[in-house]
Design a protein around this ligand. Sequence first.
Ligand code: GLU
Length: 419
Amino acid sequence: MSLYTGPVFEMARTQFNGIADYIGIHDDERDRLLLPKRAIAVSCPVRMDDGSVRVFQGYRVQHHLTLGPTKGGTRYSADLDLGEVAALAVWMSWKCALADLPYGGAKGGVAVDPNGISKRELEGVSRRYMQEMIPFVGPHTDVMAPDMGTNEQVMAWFMDTYSMYQGRTVTEIVTGKPVASGGTEGRREATGRGVAFLVARAMQTIGMTASGATAIVQGYGNVGAIAAHEMSLQGIRIIGVSDHTAAFYDPKGFDLAKLNAHVAEKGFLRGYSTQSNIDPAALLIQKCDVLVPAAIERVINGANVGQLKCRILAEGANGPTTPEADKFLDQHRDAIFVIPDILCNSGGVIVSYFEWVQDLQQFFWSESEVTDKLKTLLNRTYNKVLARAERDKVSNRTAAMAIGVEKVRDAKRRRGLFP
Ligand code: GLU
């Protein structure tokens, strides 16, 4: 019996086994590489605004400790479970290893709908979750960051709670904090910026020009909205957007400044337009040059992959494509160029690493230094992935994952088995 159940963990397992077959990992090494080192589950009692007490389930999975501290985001979502958190932690490991960051992967979160509770209640959940995690995290043990449903404010509460218990300010305990609380310039924009940078690299690779190209972005949150903005600066027209409240499609393209003003005021897309509504599932299969799934897992699956009409699939989300859909994409590599998640969205954790380094040194960089270093690292990683895909005639995803898994395997082999 495994602790880690559910479709998302099964997806991570299937992907891993495919890579393990390709690079020839022995059976007796597979569990050691795939199964998380630690999983922590906590109950977080919180006093609600009406005086009642509600208990929220919280999780943190630390996948491996072989290369340094673990690193990864904290997700707030109503139906979060341990299997999903574990899969996301596993993907963080391959992502960090691929980018040569000195981290293992982690992920955590709370089963809570952040839009369904008040700001005071959200603060209560966040502080109690961090307090419950204090024995298990630390700047050299496990460093949290934002993920779906959390933001800079939540990171500031985490940092404050941890610091109050230590009796001193420990900014390096989380990344993705507000700049005023020890965060770095350019972290908020990093993931979306990275997505747009890699889209531009992919266009160069396949001989396409940005000007006049079109893009559809699923998930108009921190990652999707910034990716859309950065792509529009390259001359790409954003013809479709969606979030959990609405989906809009307009082949003429959206005015992002207006769209962003609406989202800033309301907090969501619903109500922005009455003319361009589209079924959210149909949005993914409209013709476009670049499709950016930047929301949740498993949205591109066996049922819709054959209907995609994009040239580039830029995976801003973690795990948006199921292994079944991936098989199809693998057989149609000439039609759709995939920028796999662990490469495509790695700008976030890369700049998190920069933030952690700056906090440890208390020596801060300008936004242009951060963004230049981000692009240099992403470019190097992109070239590495493409060279491997070309050499072994494998998909970009297989190449990216193989580089990540190999790095962790080699490090484990060299350190040996204790005791
Ligand atoms: N949650 C983000 C991710 O999945 C960022 C993680 C981090 O910055 O540590 O990549």
